[in-house]
Design a protein around this ligand. Structure first.
Ligand SMILES: C[S@@+](CC[C@H](N)C(=O)[O-])C[C@H]1O[C@@H](n2cnc3c(N)ncnc32)[C@H](O)[C@@H]1O
Length: 320
């Protein structure tokens, strides 16, 4: 599959805001080329095989920053560019320098996308307790409660930077107390299963409809000793699965969550939690209604940009 890369030339101070705008508009990965980063870079392990790479040999900007978002081929990027331009220009109103007001797009092939951003994907604190660390970075926790998710997402979705992933990681942090059994539907890179294990979940099963994602998830599970007992396989939703677990998590588009709702209800113990993300604004009311029709109780709903995450539970046996 081809991807469209949208590059915004901006200032170092606006890098985070521009990255947010690109992911909010649907970018599935963001590459940052910031002159300020290179100024602070020390020689270290960067290569895929652990070789030492001298930062001076990496092509880099000498001023400002370029932020590139990768959009799936199905996104109609020409329609998106004016919105991105407007949102970047509006950063002025928030006291940020938007930079050169230059937004361009180019098609890149799958292979390029899989590797091009690796050099620029750095450890990222995604919730109070969880930090995502690229496999090639040597990173030590800086806080006592900080837990690391080591990832090499490759071709699968789930670098942890997308708002939908962040919403559901936060929901996991709220719900997991220790020992819960859990099913991760649409595991992608395996990020949610690894997070669940890091937070103390017990038996975890992960499924994805896409074989490439399953291979990528297995690779990432292997990188995280805490997640070595997670079972991962190809499956569509919970088709053919009849079990009783404490938690079902899914970060998939609303249209796909809808048929999952009755399956999640059937596979949850009374009192068990259903955590759903990937729900865009105009589909949120419909998903909520389907959950309530199924007799789920909605505990909370959180929003990041246009995305919603829902925590719901199956009523306990003694619950009204
Ligand atoms: C938005 S990604 C989420 C990845 C990861 N769980 C995260 O939170 O970052 C959705 C994943 O669901 C998978 N998927 C889509 N339809 C599915 C289905 N019917 N059954 C299982 N997985 C599905 C996709 O292949 C993709 O890996």
């Amino acid at each position: 599959m081809d991807w469209t890369a949208v590059t915004v030339i901006t200032s170092s101070e606006a890098v985070e805001a521009v990255s947010y705008i690109l992911t909010d508009e649907g970018a599935q990965g963001v590459q940052i080329n910031d002159a300020a980063d290179f100024a602070n870079l020390k020689p270290g392990k960067y290569g895929e095989h652990g070789e030492i790479v001298d930062p001076a040999t990496i092509p880099h900007r000498t001023s400002g920053a370029a932020v590139t978002g990768y959009f799936p081929a199905k996104t109609f990027v020409p329609e998106l560019l004016p919105t991105i331009r407007q949102r970047v220009a509006k950063l002025h109103d928030y006291g940020l320098n938007p930079g050169e007001d230059e937004v361009t797009s180019a098609v890149v092939d799958n292979q390029q996308w899989a590797t091009v951003w690796q050099k620029y994907y750095h450890p990222l604190r995604v919730t109070n307790e969880l930090t995502i660390v690229p496999q090639w970075e040597d990173y030590q926790p800086t806080q006592k409660q900080e837990k690391l998710l080591v990832l090499d997402p490759g071709m699968a979705f789930g670098t942890g930077t997308h708002p939908t992933t962040k919403l559901i990681l936060q929901a996991l942090e709220n719900v997991i107390r220790g020992g819960e059994s859990l099913i991760d539907v649409g595991t992608g890179s395996g990020v949610l299963s690894i997070a669940a294990k890091q937070l103390g979940a017990g038996d975890v099963q992960a499924y994805d409809i896409d074989e490439v994602a399953v291979r990528s998830a297995q690779k990432n599970l292997d990188l995280n000793p805490v997640a070595k007992d997670v079972k991962v396989g190809v499956n569509s939703l919970l088709d053919g699965i009849h079990t009783q677990v404490d938690v079902v998590v899914a970060n998939i588009l609303a249209e796909i969550i809808v048929p999952l709702i009755p399956q999640a209800f059937a596979n949850l113990k009374p009192g068990g939690y259903f955590l759903a993300s990937g729900i865009i604004d105009d589909k949120a009311a419909m998903v909520r209604r389907k959950m309530l029709d199924q007799s789920f109780v909605i505990d909370s709903e959180t929003k990041m940009g246009d995305w919603h995450g829902i925590i719901a539970h199956k009523p306990a046996e003694d619950e009204e």
